[in-house]
Ligand binder design. Structure first.
Ligand SMILES: Cc1cc2nc3c(=O)[nH]c(=O)nc-3n(C[C@H](O)[C@H](O)[C@H](O)COP(=O)(O)O)c2cc1C
Length: 201
């Protein structure tokens, strides 16, 4: 299966990016054998992104990576009680059913617990509007629950470790079922249309 990691933080040194990598690492341990592709939206050409130039090669490749993904792990910091405008600029380039048939695991980081529902009231409706097949329960962490150490990497507090574990278990199980669902969809697409029989009088 193909997993897309989609990061929506404008910051190059980013708690959100670290949480995204951590969740991907845990998924690779729990459910090995998937292909991973990462897009940090801030790395896309700004002019092309803001002018919705879908003919731009980098934007084209990013959109193709979304189309190719079976699952998208999408991560954003909370900005002004919502997900980032940067992430929205990219999501706006997707076709209306741009997440059709895909599993989505949303992640967010914020400065406090006050906006932990932003994933559910702001991001989740957009993911459903894009026709995601299944949006799993999101994982929200405050910056203080994610401690970075240059030597040992990211340390997450126990509550976040449990949430990551539950999210990864849920996505691994959904990916397992997704394989069979995808095979069924592909088979259904090849069922020949039966012409109605005209009886001779
Ligand atoms: C412009 C801006 C707006 C923010 N708005 C909120 C907010 O409304 N609620 C909140 O909990 N944190 C808010 N924060 C804090 C960030 O969500 C938090 O520091 C996050 O972990 C940053 O992620 P990053 O390291 O990937 O940039 C804001 C930060 C910035 C820079």
């Amino acid at each position: 299966m193909s997993i897309l990691l989609l990061g929506g933080s404008p910051a190059a040194v980013s708690s959100t990016g670290r949480l995204l990598d951590h969740v991907a690492d845990q998924l690779a341990i729990k459910s090995p054998g998937h292909r991973y592709h990462k897009i940090q939206v801030r790395d896309l050409p700004a002019h092309a992104l803001l002018h919705a130039e879908t003919s731009d090669l980098a934007i084209k490749r990013a959109l193709a990576a979304v189309a190719d993904a079976d699952a998208v792990i999408i991560a954003t910091p909370v900005y002004k009680a919502s997900y980032t405008g940067l992430l929205k600029a990219f999501l706006d380039l997707l076709p209306q059913d741009g997440l059709a048939g895909k599993l989505v695991l949303p992640l967010a980081t914020g400065g406090s617990q006050s906006h932990m529902l932003a994933l559910d009231y702001a991001l989740r409706p957009v993911l459903h509007a894009l026709d995601a097949r299944h949006v799993l329960t999101g994982i929200y962490a405050t910056s203080s629950q994610l401690v970075w150490n240059e030597g040992s990497g990211l340390a997450v507090d126990q509550a976040i470790a449990w949430r990551v574990q539950a999210g990864v278990d849920g996505l691994a199980a959904a990916l397992h079922g997704h394989k069979a669902w995808k095979a069924q969809q592909e088979q259904a697409a090849f069922v020949p249309q039966v012409e109605p029989i005209r009886l001779a009088r």
